[in-house]
Design a binder for this molecule. Structure first.
Ligand code: SF4
Ligand code: SF4
Length: 280
């Protein structure tokens, strides 16, 4: 079994509790306007446009497919800037065992792993195997998800082998959610309630982009839901300031929120009764 891995960050302190190794998968089923890593959205279509631009010959075409030589890459990002398909050629199709070998280099300096994306749950069978290996090595496992995977049905039994989920709630109303990422949020809100009810919701995240969606309604409604389940487990609410870095140029006119607005949103969440509100 293999999955397209975009990158592995050996040490991260922003993807869950403690020091963690973060694994980013390629491809996403949402299309967020504010995506900071738009090259992770799609799979490469092997058009070849980026191959000749690579200054170190890390890219080549073999049997019509773009091939990437990890050891030659100097991470200059020329290929990513060239691509017009929302893809990256710097993908490694790895097995869970290969990913775990890279993770093991950080043991005992990490507390666990976090899988992210793209949307990591598009590789749910792979995640199950990877998380099982993580457990065998004494590591925790967290999922960073856009909420499109049905965690209640959980066809791949991910919740049996992971510690929890960090869930994006991009907007409260369906229309607003579509405005942010082209997809409705029925499954996202179902996951918000289900994961909270079974104590598997580690954190909820909302990226604040004034004018793109109703940010005050979203923070208020999400907070009301979180509070209903605080007797099951604490649930952090992370309110994230949108910053126009790495964003596609057609969306660069979106303005970041003021510090005052972020503080106001934090107060809304605290007033609703959320115990742990983090602003970044
Ligand atoms: S990031 Fe790596 S693969 Fe891409 S152009 Fe630069 S050296 Fe080549
Ligand atoms: S990464 Fe983009 S530019 Fe390069 S071959 Fe794939 S689709 Fe074409």
């Amino acid at each position: 079994m293999r999955a397209p891995v975009n990158k592995i960050i050996p040490f991260s302190s922003v993807d869950g509790p403690g020091n963690r190794t973060s694994i980013f998968f390629q491809e996403c089923n949402f299309n967020c306007r504010y995506c900071h890593n738009p090259e992770t959205r799609n799979m490469c279509v092997n058009c070849g446009d980026c191959v000749e631009k690579c200054p170190t010959n890390a890219l080549s075409i073999v049997d019509g497919k773009v091939t990437f030589d990890y050891n030659r890459c100097v991470l200059c990002d020329t290929c990513i800037k060239t691509c017009t398909h929302g893809a990256s050629p710097r993908i490694r199709n790895m097995t869970p065992e290969e990913v775990m070998e890279e993770v093991k280099k950080q043991v005992p300096f990490i507390r666990g792993i976090t899988t992210s994306g793209g949307e990591c749950t598009m590789n749910a069978p792979f995640l199950r195997e990877l998380f099982s290996l993580a457990k065998e090595n004494g590591l925790g496992a967290l999922i960073d998800s856009n909420g499109s995977y049905d965690f209640e049905k959980d066809s791949e039994h991910l919740l049996e082998v992971c510690d929890g989920v960090m869930l994006d709630v991009k907007a409260w109303s369906e229309d607003d959610h579509r405005a942010v990422c082209d997809v409705d949020n029925e499954m996202v809100l179902k996951n918000l309630r289900y994961l909270a009810s079974v104590g598997k919701l580690y954190e909820v995240r909302t990226v604040v982009v004034p004018g793109l969606f109703d940010v005050k309604e979203t923070v208020e409604k999400v907070s009301k839901e979180i509070v209903k389940y605080l007797s099951v487990s604490d649930i952090r609410y992370k309110i994230i300031t949108y910053r126009p870095m790495g964003v596609r140029k057609e969306y660069l006119d979106m303005a970041p929120p003021s510090k005052e607005l972020i503080e106001e949103l934090k107060q809304i969440a605290l007033n609703e009764g959320v115990k742990t509100v983090v602003t970044v």
